[in-house]
Design a protein around this ligand. Sequence first.
Ligand code: HEC
Ligand code: HEC
Length: 353
Amino acid sequence: MPTPFGALYVPNITPDDETGIGQWTSDEFYRMMHTGVSRDGSLLYPAMPYPQYTQVTRSDSDAIYAYLMSIPPVKQKNREHELRFPYNNRDLLIGWRTLYFKEGEYQPNPKQSAEWNRGAYLVKGLGHCAMCHTAVNALGGSSESKAFEGGMIPNQNWYAPSLTSNREAGLGDWKIQEIADLLQAGISHRGTVYGPMAEVTFNSLQYLSDDDAKAMAVYLKALPQKDNSPPPTSQARLVAPETMELGSKVYAAQCVMCHGAEGKGQTPEYPPLAGNRSITMETPVNPIRMVLNGGYPPGTRKNPRPHGMPPFSHILNDNEVAAVVTYIRVAWGNSGTPVNAKQVNDLRTLLPE
Ligand code: HEC
Ligand code: HEC
């Protein structure tokens, strides 16, 4: 697992007695989930999301433990982490924990419905959504007050949008079913998941029960929206006419067959680009990367054969990518801002060939 501090090697958690967690008791497993302290007493790096898992109940922790103890043991020694000085000193974690770690199981809010509380428990605990959707500070910490306000994911060059801003991924105006579809199926009538979020759906959220998906949707929709700025308006006037012309030409040649002349897509397979905030957010990192890399929504139980988008990095140069991303950010009343060729080039050079 790459981190800004060096490489972490994720340990063996099969029940092998020697190299895995075969000798752990359920008490020790719960202590690790709840406090981030390993069996031998060492402090874990918060790349293991114990700051979120601390909210998980003892009975859910025991269920995970029982499952892990039932899988075939694998004999494979853990690899030493390769962290740079001073991060290789675990004592640093003592200070980090004082600043950022709050131990405690989820406490239901009696003023809210059972469904909302179930959703909050899943989003804050097992879902560990805050791990990405909260800006991470230099020490890898994230503060509760900034929870769900969005941030760049270190070392991955994807932006996890704010879940509390209706200019980003705030879900206040989505239908409950649209949110549940996005999380569980990976596609919806409003947008699809891509990048690291596609992995979250693929590895985890597709297996939610329908009731749990709905509970999460109810909680996410009700998250207070912190962004009270006036409704955004089209920024097309900021764009040079020749850029608009190039952008619309590229769009007509390369994009229109799937996303439609009016940017309405063919939902839920081909997401709409008109009125899609995942394109108009302040940072253009995600739409630039989508055009360069293309992508497939995850294959899920509810959408086993997803339709994909081809990569354009070998077809379009930096200018053309900048123009078409600018075009989709401002066309059809979209309120994004223009993108320049350097922003495209910076991301292109970070991508593997
Ligand atoms: C590994 C990092 C990561 C984790 C963990 C994560 N997300 Fe995301 N999420 C992202 C990124 C990156 C995006 C932007 C890409 C996209 O829109 O699909 C995103 C986008 C979203 C969106 C907006 C989708 C749209 O089309 O507007 C929602 C809603 C969302 N995430 C909810 C969640 C919830 C709920 C959880 C916890 C169950 C979660 N995320 C966990 C990285 C993550
Ligand atoms: C063959 C059909 C196809 C073509 C051609 C295509 N796309 Fe896509 N596009 C898709 C699909 C499918 C997704 C969802 C991918 C995912 O979730 O990983 C998508 C997703 C996107 C997204 C992310 C939006 C979201 O919420 O998921 C953007 C931005 C985008 N396309 C822009 C473009 C642009 C610009 C072009 C032309 C340069 C283009 N696409 C060409 C099928 C296509």
